[in-house]
Every structure is written in structure tokens, then in C-alpha cells.
Design a protein around this ligand. Sequence first.
Ligand SMILES: Nc1ncnc2c1ncn2[C@@H]1O[C@H](COP(=O)(O)OP(=O)(O)O)[C@@H](O)[C@H]1O
Ligand SMILES: [Mg+2]
Length: 323
Amino acid sequence: MLLDALAGRGLILTGGKGGVGKTTTAATLAAGLAARGEPVLLVSTDPAHNLGHIFERDVGPEPRSLAPNLRALELDPASAVTAHLEAVGATLRRLMPAGSGGEVARHMDRARHAPGMAEAALLDRLADLAEAAARTGERLVIDTAPTGHTLALLQLPEMMTAWTDGLLKNREESDRFARRARALSGRDEAETPRDLEIRQILGRRREKLAGLRAALTDPARTGFVLVTTPERMPVLETAAMARALDGTGIAPAALVANRVKPGMDDAALAARLSPLDGPLKGVPRFAMEEARTEPMGLAALESAAERFRAVQTDSAGGSMDRA
Ligand SMILES: Nc1ncnc2c1ncn2[C@@H]1O[C@H](COP(=O)(O)OP(=O)(O)O)[C@@H](O)[C@H]1O
Ligand SMILES: [Mg+2]
């Protein structure tokens, strides 16, 4: 069973091409875990939010309780960017020398539209959520946005913090220069409280993102579930995604073939999935049947969670023994 294959992982992510069932799978897994008595926070990072639709309840940017053990929230990249820039801007204005307000404002304006900014803001928020979840023991199930976006999120480029680091480091350097000048003229050379605060903020932020990265690349803590439908194009895109994942240090924990037609046997399914034999060698596979009506509402999701069927991994061996 898929839920058992993911046992113990504090972070569960679903990824794949648009429309294959990532959100439905994430919601199903979250509902299933909660029904088994495990506290879960379900988070959507797809700007086209539909957790609310699936659960037939309002879901917003703050965690909302949907059932015993189940909370959900929808992270909106645009408001994450705004919140992130506000927090960073407040810090920068406080820490930069008086009179550099204009410089900070210009920098922030460029940052708002910089490539990777939305991902940086989302990551910041996810890192906070992951830290909190690790503390409380709540499992985090993350429904990621379609393929390209997901990879940007998973690659966690160092560049994501570079712009704040850059501005603050400049200031640190000019401070150091001023300090040296003061020292040369015989005045004190001590680190100012502001210097200390800058170093602490930069260090804390880097630590937080490094923590998320460490969790994401640790197969004992993270289960990345690739979702596809058993059709040619999604399968080929999933193969490309699996190869791209290879460079991120994140190992897929499972493949879900979603919307499998009732009655399709495992041999036929295996043939459909064969382009994945290489890129996802040894990764346990599960099938979810196409439901007659779209899976919606807590009861339907909970029961779907127990219906992921383990299927033959590839022609070389089965996943039954592993799953
Ligand atoms: N197993 C399934 N049976 C029937 N409909 C499904 C199934 N899985 C997903 N769907 C439907 O397919 C559509 C796309 O699913 P969704 O989870 O939103 O995909 P994604 O998040 O990957 O874009 C939705 O309308 C959803 O209700
Ligand atoms: Mg979705």
C-alpha cells in the first residue's frame, strides 16, 4: 500500500505534469494518513489552487482544520512574494545605514520581478512550515505546481537567497572598511550590534534553507511521489522529470499511475509505463483506478487512500515484496 510505503516520512510531495492528478493524490494521501490517526498538514503551492474544491470547503493561506488530524492551506506565490519582500524590506531598512532607503526600495523593486523570486518566497514559507512540522510531528503533504515550477522548487538554487545576502554583505563590507578606518585612526574596532544581527539573520536563513534541503534529499524523511496517467505523453514527460530529479539529490519514493481504466490488467499497464523502466528503476509503482466521478469530499478521499494498488515495477522484478 502506498501509505505504508511512505511510512515515517515527515515530508511527502506529489509531482508530475499538469492534470495527471497531483492535487487529487496529495489530498488522498493526506486524508488517508489523517484517517489512520496521523496529524497532517496539506499544503498546495500550485497557483491554480483547488484544495478547497476537492474538499468542498474553504481553504486559505492560513492552516484550516478540515477533519480530525487534517489541516490544509493554499500558498499563493504572489502573496508569498509580497509577504516575503515586506519582511525582508523591514529588516533591510532597519539594518542599512540611514539615507539608503532609496537604494533599498530600488533593490526590492528589482527583486520582486527577479527570476526565481516566487520560488524563493515559497521556499521560505515551506522551510518555516517544515521546521514547525518537524517540531510537532505533524506530517507535511505538499502538492507541487506543474513540472517546471516543481523542479525550480526542488533544485533550491543558492541564488534564491543571493539578493538579500548581496545587499547585506555589501553593507557588511563597507562597515568593515569603516571599522578598519576607525581602527587606523585609533578608535574602537568592536563589532556593532547591527553587524552581529546581520550575521545572525543571514546565518539563520541559510540554516533554515539548508535544513529543508537536507530533509528533501533524505529518503528516510521525504517521500517524493511522481504521478502520471498511463498515456504516452504524460509517461514521456514523467520520464524526463525523473531524469531531471536525478540531479537534485531527491529520489522518487513511488510512482502513481492514476486514472487507470477499470479492468486494465497489470501487463497492459506495465507496457504503458515501460518508458519509465529505466529512469525509475526499482521505484515502487501503484495504480489508482479512474473513478466514475471526480474524487471529492473527505469520505471519498479517505476510501481512495486505501485503494492504491501495488503493481509490477517493471519486467525485471515486482514491487509487491517491497511495497
Ligand atoms: N482517479 C481519478 N479518477 C477520476 N478522476 C480523477 C482521478 N484523479 C484525478 N481526477 C480528476 O482529474 C482532474 C485533474 O486532477 P488534479 O488532481 O487536479 O490534477 P493536477 O493537480 O495534477 O493538475 C480533476 O478534475 C480530478 O478530479
Ligand atoms: Mg493541481
